[in-house]
Design a protein around this ligand. Structure first.
Ligand code: SAH
Ligand code: SF4
Length: 392
């Protein structure tokens, strides 16, 4: 499909087989899938355990892309792999580096679609913000991604591929024999880019299993945060099948306001969402949930909102992440004043919750939360349409 094709809201996932030459991309296959693929390609059953371990380590521990470089495999076996498989990442179209060191990659995936991936360096760690869909079927009225009409699910390979391409760019693959680096550049992954990860559940789950695997990229499940707008039926499943940390785009303290900001609230309202969230820490064996709260001037930022918020979440181990609204062209909202954000944070803090205010990063390259939307994406809504959907 080209970008000028008719606009569609259908979400499709490309099959794993690449069209070119019918070869299978190894990137994004889970261990079980890779085992099956190796057997199907002719690996003898009794060798498959060893072969799987070797290939896995080359691809995910060392970041190797050529079968010829897999030096502990026989020449014949390397040829067999090359005949059947490729090791391919999505293509980086552009890389922008912000004055604050944030890097934004525009990444092209099969079909010519584009998503964005953002790397945010901090002193002792670095967070990679990855996308799970092209655009998003949900239409949160303050979110730039939600104004993009064209949507498709990313494959597991395209999701893992974003982690791998960032490690490529940062030069982070270990070299055989070299001492282990103490601090990692990509030490944390957040599913907070484009898309609703829980609407692409299987691919996100498979990709995170690859990323968490101890013999590969090896990020602990406590260093991965999945952010959802509140897809209630998938939350318990995420606890059981992924087990990573959870962030929830809460953003409002009454259903009337949340309906306009996060329209999926009309399907699963605040009470239903909170009931489900109460079980998450136990099910996933994690400490606390992050409640994300975008600060929109005169919409959701009053003292009364702050008080309602802490009442609502009482009993849930939580931290509240206040996100100053990041503007984008045609956005129908304004960022709350700084004093207002601090007053809000203070009420939440005094009620016993950590209430960090998220510093916008990479604003000069439009890399901050909610600003992601490929500039080349032509299927965009007008600011009139956006305002109408927001009920303004
Ligand atoms: N689809 C997921 C992941 C989204 S992005 C979700 O909605 O949770 C991560 C966070 O950025 C979400 O909390 C989202 O609501 C917030 N966000 C979106 N647009 C924003 C904007 N313009 N300014 C600040 N935060 C925004
Ligand atoms: Fe989609 Fe999240 Fe943006 Fe809402 S905030 S439109 S769920 S990406």
């Amino acid at each position: 499909m080209t970008l000028s094709a008719p606009i569609t809201q259908d979400v499709l996932t490309l099959p794993r087989k690449l069209p070119e030459g019918g070869k299978t991309n190894l990137v994004g296959l889970t261990r079980d899938q890779l085992r099956a693929a190796l057997i199907a390609a002719g690996t003898p059953e009794k060798q498959v355990k060893m072969r799987l371990g070797q290939v896995w380590q080359w691809v995910y521990h060392f970041g190797i892309r050529e079968f010829a470089q897999m030096t502990n495999l026989s020449k014949d076996y390397r040829a067999l792999l090359a005949e059947n498989f490729v090791i391919e990442l999505p293509e980086v179209v552009t890389r922008q580096i912000s004055a604050d060191g944030t890097r934004k990659y525009l990444v092209r995936i099969a079909g010519g679609h584009e998503v964005e991936t953002v790397y945010i360096p901090e002193e002792t760690r670095g967070t990679l913000c990855i996308s799970s869909q092209v655009g998003c079927t949900l239409t949160c009225s303050f979110c730039h991604t939600g104004t993009q009409k064209l949507v498709r699910n990313l494959t597991a390979g395209e999701i893992v591929g974003q982690v791998m391409l960032a490690r490529d760019d940062l030069g982070e693959w270990p070299v055989a024999g070299a001492p282990k680096e103490e601090t990692r550049m990509v030490s944390n992954v957040v599913l907070m880019g484009m898309g609703e990860p829980l609407y692409n559940f299987e691919n996100v789950r498979d990709a995170m299993q690859v990323v968490m695997d101890g013999e590969g990229i090896s990020l602990s499940r406590r260093r991965i945060t999945l952010s959802t707008s509140g897809i209630v039926p998938e939350i318990a499943r995420a606890a059981e099948e992924i087990g990573c940390l959870l962030a929830v785009s809460f953003h409002a303290t009454t259903d009337a306001v949340r309906d306009t900001l996060v329209p999926v609230n009309k399907k699963w309202n605040i009470k239903t969402l909170l009931d489900t969230l109460r079980d998450y820490p136990r099910l996933s064996n994690s400490e606390r949930i992050t409640f994300e709260y975008v600060m929109l001037k005169d919409v959701n930022d009053s003292d009364a909102d702050a008080r309602r918020l802490v009442k609502l979440i009482a009993g849930i181990p939580a931290k509240i992440n206040l996100i100053p609204f990041n503007e984008w062209p045609g956005a129908p909202y304004q960022r709350s004043d700084w004093e207002r954000i601090e007053a809000f944070a203070d009420i939440v803090y005094k009620a016993g919750y950590a209430s960090p205010i998220r510093t916008p990063r990479g604003e000069d390259i439009m890399a901050a939360c909610g600003q992601l939307k490929s500039a080349t994406e032509r299927a965009r809504k007008s600011s009139k349409e956006i305002a109408a959907e927001a009920g303004l």
